[in-house]
Design a protein around this ligand. Structure first.
Ligand SMILES: C[S@@+](CC[C@H](N)C(=O)[O-])C[C@H]1O[C@@H](n2cnc3c(N)ncnc32)[C@H](O)[C@@H]1O
Length: 346
């Protein structure tokens, strides 16, 4: 279908489209600039992300030295209005890619402080920053999609999913953490986003009833943030990965849960894995790479190996000198990073 001002519904867009068509017929560069300058406030009424893209083109029209260049940017406005569809700042519209400055495409994430907006309290020792699920959901899912978090903890993924109008299912093995998270999630306004929290072991939980109840046959994304083996012992439950007596049993339990998660992930769906390394017996145990290999060996494509900075927690800051001393004495480096791996199901 060709884009005309008749089939554009929003008023400012219609006017902008109409203006651009008349600008293309205009042969005087100064007049084009005058009319563009007086239409800037129209672009201000357009919702993001289209607004930023259109404003950028309009400023380029104003800065054009030749009429051909100005016409090029006028056509760009017309093209982007036509391809914007129902563009939303909550999901990536690749036609308007320039407007999504916040989405990271590089492999080093210095995320800074924890985002404490709406609902994120940060009470849980061992949580991740909401910016991680935000980045992954923004890039790989759309509104109304379903996200599974098999190591839900304090529900950072679920809370972020609500904020981003996605549906989510979280599984948590620790009953106290489950209750507190359920309360926190329930107290949030959901605006239509559905959230289910299940108490249990992700390996044994039956997801079929939840999926049936919600009318879905698969999840659009899985986000895994397992214990980093026994760095933090989350409970005494035998199914809890942090109680694994050795590395081999940790890997085998982890792999079983990943296998199960892949089983409910749609084909071409994405899986995110957040994990760090540990030390044992005077050497580094590269837990991150071992887990990455375990997922990849289940026929998942590796799409991203991201190094994320670890912000100093208050506890760590006070013992910084001690860690520095130990590192210097024993020849190791203090961990300041963890990994975010991204996989895609073929
Ligand atoms: C690293 S934390 C996840 C934190 C979470 N991303 C957040 O922001 O709060 C890992 C969580 O997995 C839970 N867990 C460990 N083994 C599990 C299992 N087999 N099934 C379900 N949950 C498990 C732990 O109790 C812990 O809450």
């Amino acid at each position: 279908m060709s884009i005309t001002s008749e089939n554009i519904t929003a008023e400012p867009l219609k006017k902008l489209h109409f203006l651009c068509e008349s600008l293309l017929a205009e042969g005087d560069l100064n007049k084009i600039k005058e009319k563009t300058a007086s239409a800037i406030q129209l672009a201000d009424e357009v919702p993001e992300p289209l607004k930023s893209v259109i404003l950028d083109h309009m400023h380029r029209i104003l800065g054009s030295r030749g009429i051909d260049r100005a016409h090029y940017y006028i056509r760009s406005v017309i093209k982007d209005i036509g391809s914007s569809g129902s563009a939303s700042s909550l999901e990536l519209n690749i036609n308007l890619w320039k407007a999504y400055n916040e989405i990271r495409t590089d492999s080093l994430w210095i995320l800074g402080k924890r985002d404490r907006e709406s609902g994120h309290r940060g009470w849980y020792w061992g949580n991740f920053v909401p910016q991680i699920p935000h980045q992954l959901m923004m890039r790989y899912t759309r509104t109304s999609d379903w996200i599974l978090d098999p190591f839900c903890g304090s529900g950072t993924t679920l809370i972020e999913a609500i904020r981003m109008m996605r549906n989510s299912v979280g599984i948590e093995i620790n009953p106290e953490v489950y209750s507190r998270t359920r309360e926190a999630v329930q107290s949030l306004p959901h605006d239509g986003a559905r959230t289910e929290l299940i108490l249990g072991d992700s390996y044994t939980v039956d997801l079929a009833p939840v999926m049936e109840r919600n009318g879905i046959s698969s999840f659009d994304m899985v986000l895994l943030h397992p214990p980093y083996w026994d760095i933090i012992r989350f409970s005494d439950d035998q199914g809890d990965l942090s109680t694994s007596p050795d590395m081999e049993s940790f890997m085998s339990r982890f792999t079983q849960i990943v296998k199960k998660s892949i089983g409910v992930l749609k084909s071409e769906g994405y899986m995110g894995l957040v994990i760090g390394d540990t030390y044992r017996g005077g050497e580094i145990v590269p837990l991150g790479f071992r887990c990455m290999d375990a997922v990849a060996s289940l026929n998942m494509k590796i799409k991203g190996i991201i190094v994320k900075d670890i912000q100093n927690t208050r506890g760590k800051r006070s013992s910084e000198n001690l860690w520095r001393y130990r590192a210097l004495k024993s020849g190791f480096y203090v961990f300041k990073h963890e990994y975010v791996f991204v996989f895609q199901k073929p």
